[in-house]
Design a protein around this ligand. Structure first.
Ligand SMILES: *Cc1c(COP(=O)(O)O)cnc(C)c1O
Length: 355
């Protein structure tokens, strides 16, 4: 199967090989060394400010989102939540579950955040945003958000789960207090690990705040992380795969080169479907995914035929959009040939009158 979803995605052979062994024991200096290198490579790639730290949690990306809401924010905060789709909605739900005082800023599906929507919210203390709202494919205007937060001294927490590597992200320049991501998106390894880069400002918050959880505690993760360890048994193999993948990125021209490769896969795909009956859903697409509205037939049916007859996975949308929107991912180990196979399959479907 060719996998053009947004995660889990296809891994490179070198990364797959890492998992082809029994899981090694991890309370060892050798594993600690790997973890310290993982932390350093991630902070370098994000261009995190000096004295930042990165914690690794054995959870899917949502665990990192929840950990931020629990450990960085507190009862005293007034939080802005940008909600333009299902991942924005997830931050809303997390704030509700944890009793945060928040204001929801709703963006229409597929539409960019506008400056006017932030007017009147200058007195808030923190802002939660999914840099790329993966459900709609909108890459938010992070310069707008960053300027607003800097000007009003608002702590910016960025879910970059599907933007990291694929889109440009400079944590220091953005002034983000925390940036989080997960293993199964553009990192392109097995699911199981989420990670959070924390600036000195966020670290201070974590230190001050009362500990309200154990498994997702940043305090515990930070303390153990000082010696390259985790408080509890982590997804060891996924962490080893992350190490391999980060090394490969570093050795192949760095994160900018990898971003360029992903951007090129996305552009080739978008150019290649201009003659097909699809409308682009997002007015500001990221490099990670293309959200499409088929004008002739059901999105569900396209997804099913691609899977059953062409052995290609693309991504469905949930809820009300299941019939009207599907998404094609551009992250993971997608070659030019793979991309062409997908384009050929869609054109063949068109010829067969199935689009
Ligand atoms: C994938 C994703 C998540 C996390 O999803 P999990 O299934 O918990 O890994 C969160 N936010 C965004 C923007 C995502 O793309």
């Amino acid at each position: 199967m060719l996998n053009f979803t947004v995660g889990p995605v296809m891994s490179s052979d070198e990364v797959i090989e890492v998992a082809n062994h029994s899981t090694p024991y991890f309370r060892t200096p050798e594993f600690s060394q790997i973890m310290l290198e993982n932390e350093k490579m991630i902070l370098d790639m994000l261009h995190a400010p000096e004295k930042s730290r990165c914690v690794f949690l054995t959870t899917s990306g949502t665990g990192a989102m929840e950990s931020c809401v629990m450990n960085i924010l507190s009862d005293k905060d007034r939080v802005i939540v940008i909600n333009g789709g299902s991942f924005g909605h997830r931050f809303v739900e997390l704030c509700e579950v944890h009793g945060r005082n928040f204001t929801e800023v709703k963006c229409e599906f597929g539409r960019q955040l506008r400056k006017e929507q932030l007017e009147g919210l200058e007195d808030h203390t923190a802002l939660l945003i999914n840099m790329h709202e993966t459900s709609s494919g909108v890459l938010y205007d992070m310069d707008l958000v960053s300027d607003f937060c800097k000007k009003n001294n608002i702590m910016l927490i960025v879910d970059a789960i599907s933007a990291f590597i694929a889109d440009e992200l400079d944590m220091e320049k953005m002034g983000a207090a925390a940036v989080l991501t997960g293993s199964q998106k553009a990192l392109a390894v097995q699911p199981g690990i989420s990670l959070i880069a924390l600036s000195p400002a966020a670290l201070e918050r974590v230190e001050e705040n009362k500990e309200v959880c154990m498994y997702l505690s940043m305090k515990q993760a930070l303390k153990n992380g000082e010696r390259g360890q985790t408080p509890f048994t982590p997804a060891v193999t996924t962490l080893l795969q992350i190490h391999k993948r980060l090394e490969l990125i570093v050795n192949n021209g760095g994160i900018a080169a990898e971003r360029k490769r992903i951007a090129s896969v996305a552009k080739t795909f978008r150019d290649g479907i201009s003659d097909l009956p699809f409308e682009f859903v997002s007015e500001s697409p990221s490099n990670t995914v293309t959200s499409l509205h088929p004008t002739g037939v059901s999105a569900k049916e396209i997804i099913r035929i691609l899977k059953d007859e062409y052995h290609i996975w693309v991504c469905p949308n949930g809820g009300e959009l299941a019939d009207t929107v599907f998404r094609v991912g551009h992250i993971g180990n997608i070659t030019d040939e793979n991309n062409q196979e997908l384009l050929d399959a869609l054109h063949d479907m068109s010829k067969r009158g199935l689009l």
